[in-house]
Write a protein that binds this ligand. Structure first.
Ligand code: PGA
Length: 265
């Protein structure tokens, strides 16, 4: 049996004091949950939030890392730094870090979207660094609306998963979390229909199986992400291949996030 994992991706939200109030509210609501619970604050709030979570069942995750341990890499944060502040998880290859925006951002041009430059290769390198420093990667994959309309979803997902997992042993793959996040469903309120989300998560599992065997494929946890809310969580989490959720907007409200956590069976 795979333990469900519900992770809250706060993105670029919450100052230290806002983050602390949110977790104080969340702690009693998430107590005794069947699912593993993770919150991923922005870098600036990781340390105080991590301290506030000590002795609770809520784990800490970061939203990215850089693969080098230390050095002249202005603006970057390394695996050892994340481990030092108490992180167990790190989100890697989120579409927003790859510059794959599904909605028209005000003033966003192709040139500017390159600021967020993750590629399949950098995601793979970051995932290796995560393991090296004792962090579990939450590897994101997902197609844009144009790719879905061109019926390229399955090929895009298989490519992202294959490349992200390059060079890992089956034993490492068992521990990884993969998040299927259709870009068009992120922050849009447009959730992927549960049957289709399950089908794509099943496709991810078969891709893992073809690369690393059935034991790894049965063990790997696959989350769905993209407009998960209290009112659609139970339906999504009830699907065979969906082992959890990566939650953006709804993770910023303690009651909503707790309702999603408690919808996991
Ligand atoms: P959303 O974001 O729940 O706000 O759609 C999900 C994500 O990007 O992880």
């Amino acid at each position: 049996m795979r333990t469900p994992i519900i992770a809250g991706n706060w993105k670029m939200n919450n100052t230290v004091s806002q983050g602390l109030s949110l977790v104080e509210e969340l702690k009693p609501l998430a107590e005794g949950s069947r699912a593993e619970v993770v919150v991923c604050p922005p870098y600036t709030a990781l340390h105080p939030v991590g301290e506030a979570l000590q002795g609770t069942n809520i784990r800490l995750g970061a939203q990215n890392l850089f693969w080098q341990k230390s050095g002249a890499y202005t603006g970057q944060i390394s695996g050892p730094m994340l481990k030092d502040v108490g992180c167990d998880y790190v989100i890697l290859g989120h579409s927003e870090s790859r510059g794959r925006f599904g909605v028209e951002e005000e003033g966003m041009t192709e040139d500017l979207s390159q600021v967020f430059g993750d590629t399949d290769a950098s995601v793979n390198r970051k995932a290796h660094a995560a393991f090296e420093h004792g962090l579990t990667p939450i590897l994101c994959c997902g197609e844009t609306l144009a790719e879905r309309q061109a019926e390229a979803t399955d090929a895009i997902i298989a490519r992202q998963v294959q490349q992200a997992l390059q060079g890992f042993s089956a034993d490492q793959v068992r521990q990884i979390v993969i998040a299927y996040e259709p870009v068009w469903a992120i922050g849009t309120g447009e959730v992927c229909e549960s049957g289709e989300a399950n089908r794509v998560c099943g496709h991810i599992r078969s891709t893992v199986e073809s690369l690393h065997g059935s034991e790894a494929a049965q063990a790997v946890r696959i989350q769905y992400g993209g407009s998960v809310k209290p009112d659609n969580a139970a339906e999504l989490l009830g699907q065979e291949h969906i082992d959890g959720a990566l939650v953006g907007g709804a993770s910023l409200k303690a009651n909503d996030f707790a309702a999603i956590v408690n919808a996991a069976r």
